[in-house]
Design a protein around this ligand. Structure first.
Ligand SMILES: Cc1ncc(C[n+]2csc(CCOP(=O)(O)OP(=O)(O)O)c2C)c(N)n1
Ligand SMILES: [Mg+2]
Length: 556
């Protein structure tokens, strides 16, 4: 089995600050060979740790202004990122001239400043200034590391440092600034086994046409071919028919399962299309069978909380995130490869290098997916009137080739677990998951889109954004389905809010707004369904050629 981070073990005595040791490991892993240090006490853990790393050349230059230019010179000659380290206070400001020069010369200086703990800034403690972001105008990105070393802080520091090292050399090369708060004692050391840090590898397109190069593809193909369980997991994306077809062909491998959220727009008959149901069905004793060796993610944030919890808990050995990104996204805390290439451009040439690996993984996962969708069907048939029942009846009636917008709250979650036709494109404001603009987004969309735009939204989300109807661009291209449950029902379904007495007043916020009157006010057609009978009377034709936008008030 392929191991993501090449490990060599070395026992040594070095600083007892874990985050500083991690910084050293990651500098080495990301190609640093030269380090320039200036003396100081606050940076003692850095001086000790960098000095004791035998794969680094450390040099000492007292004047920080000169030290940074010295580092610039090293970097210009070596073509590699060079680390320059200073103590706290004005030491950092003295690096500025060289950092500015490096910024405009596109040289990747890694500026590392020691700092006091955050609580001592501006407290008349000596040699303490506001260091965080002090070089912001002349670095591509500034980082403030955490000071503590609990598991979350270590993960956070690891992600930030990997991101800093990647950012310095990706695209337009540039300095970055890592500010490292350090508490006393500063000179403590301990015996440790190195290296400890997880390395995130980075791949960026070599040319604007984004062709991934051959050697690199071969390396990825080797890893893929060595894994008996590969999961491709797709979050929100724009429609991409070639990618949908490509993923179908990946799903033909016995070692591969493709899991797609509805808003990924790449779901098909060969993919598992209800991740929330799928991941929440896996019980503890089955987890080892279901957890992939290699996880490949595409697209944006997932709606499915169970997917996130499962993968974070059981950590696949490798996680590649494929897509043009500008920063490191480590949703599952196990990212090994950040491939900044659009999914099709990476996965298409990779596909031709893959071999069939004997595995029962696909069969196992698809069988689970199938049994869940059978159960979902039976459940829905026997179900009383509810949001799920109403939406399961409505979805097949939606006009052909419509664009389906889903608001946050339950709408996006409920629809994710239902079957959606492949002619439908799905959208949702999941970039930030606000309830503030779903209707306005759908109205804007409907002005441009030739087909029908359908919004499925909750009542609170709809009321929040009722000004979306206050413009002159509403046409009969637009169908708004409000799942009207009289408040923010999602809060009743979450464990936290449903356990406190404030549930109704502070979370669900019930209301008695009459949506018919709102529709009247804005000149929008109105239909109401409040049970299965009234819904049965509707058909696809009910949504067409009305001459006006339509609001369908689904009372549940
Ligand atoms: C701008 C903004 N404010 C608050 C929230 C928190 N929030 C999430 S869902 C929700 C209630 C949604 O209620 P509704 O639209 O009726 O959907 P339901 O859960 O009933 O389906 C709220 C207030 C948010 N996501 N965005
Ligand atoms: Mg509601």
């Amino acid at each position: 089995m392929y191991e993501c981070n090449n490990k060599y073990a070395l026992v040594m005595i070095t600083t007892d600050k874990k985050i500083v040791r991690m910084l050293v490991d990651l500098c080495v892993a990301h190609g640093v060979e030269d380090v320039v240090l200036s003396p100081g006490s606050r940076n003692a853990p850095l001086s000790i740790a960098f000095n004791r790393e035998r794969r680094l050349n450390c040099r000492v230059v007292v004047d920080e202004r000169s030290a940074a230019f010295f580092a610039l010179g090293l970097a210009l000659s070596s073509g590699k990122p060079v680390v320059v380290i200073c103590t706290s206070g004005t030491a950092l400001l003295n690096l500025a001239p060289a950092v500015a020069e490096a910024y405009y010369q596109k040289v990747p200086l890694i500026v590392v400043s020691a700092d006091r703990p955050l609580e001592w800034i501006d407290q008349d403690d000596s040699q303490t200034i506001r260091q965080s972001g002090a070089l912001a105008n002349f670095v591509k990105r500034s980082y403030q590391l955490p000071m503590h070393d609990d598991a979350d802080a270590l993960w956070y520091a690891n992600r930030l440092i990997n991101d800093a090292m990647i950012t310095a050399v990706a695209g337009r090369k540039s300095p970055v600034h890592i500010n490292v708060p350090l508490g006393e004692p500063l000179y403590g050391t301990e015996d440790v086994v190195l290296p400890e840090a997880r390395v995130v590898r980075h791949v960026e397109p070599k040319s604007p046409c984004a062709e991934a190069d051959e050697a690199l593809l071969n390396r990825y193909a080797d890893i893929f071919n060595s894994c008996g369980k590969v999961m491709i997991l797709a979050g929100f994306m724009r429609e991409d028919e070639p990618l949908r077809d490509l993923l179908r062909s990946y799903a033909d491998f016995p070692s591969v399962v493709v899991v797609t959220e509805a808003i990924s727009n790449v779901f098909s008959e060969k993919t598992i299309n209800a991740p929330e149901l799928f991941f929440s069905s896996i019980i503890e004793t089955e987890s080892a069978d279901f957890v992939p060796d290699l996880l490949i993610t595409l697209g944006g944030a997932l709606v499915s909380k169970s997917a996130k919890l499962f993968i974070r808990r059981y950590s696949p050995k490798c996680h590649w995130h494929i897509g043009p990104d500008e920063w490191t996204i480590d949703t599952f805390k196990c990212l090994s490869d950040r491939v900044d290439v659009s999914p099709f451009l990476f996965l298409s040439p990779l596909r031709s290098k893959l071999k069939e690996v004997a595995s029962s993984y696909s069969t196992l996962c698809l069988a689970r997916g199938l049994s869940l969708s059978d159960r979902r069907q039976t459940d829905l048939q026997s179900k009383e009137w509810s949001d799920r029942r109403a939406l399961s009846l409505l979805l097949p009636m939606l006009p052909a080739n419509c664009a389906l917008h889903l608001s946050n709250g339950l709408s996006v979650r409920t629809v994710q677990n239902l079957a959606i036709r492949q002619d439908i494109r799905v959208y949702s404001n999941r970039g930030t998951s606000g309830i503030d603009g779903s209707t306005s987004t759908a109205v804007g969309f409907s002005c441009h889109y030739a087909g029908k735009t359908v919004l499925i939204t909750g009542d609170i989300s709809f009321l929040y954004d009722s000004n979306a109807l206050w413009n002159n661009y509403l046409t009969d291209n637009l169908l708004i389905v409000v799942v009207n449950n009289g408040g923010g029902e999602i809060f009743r379904r979450l464990k936290g809010p449903s356990s406190v007495p404030e549930l109704d007043t502070y979370f669900v916020t019930p209301h008695h707004v009459d949506l018919r009157k709102m529709a009247d006010l804005y000149g929008v057609d109105y239909l109401e369904v409040k049970d299965e009978n009234s819904l049965d009377k509707l058909s696809s034709a009910s949504f067409l050629n009305r001459g006006k936008a339509l609001l369908l008030d689904v009372k549940v």
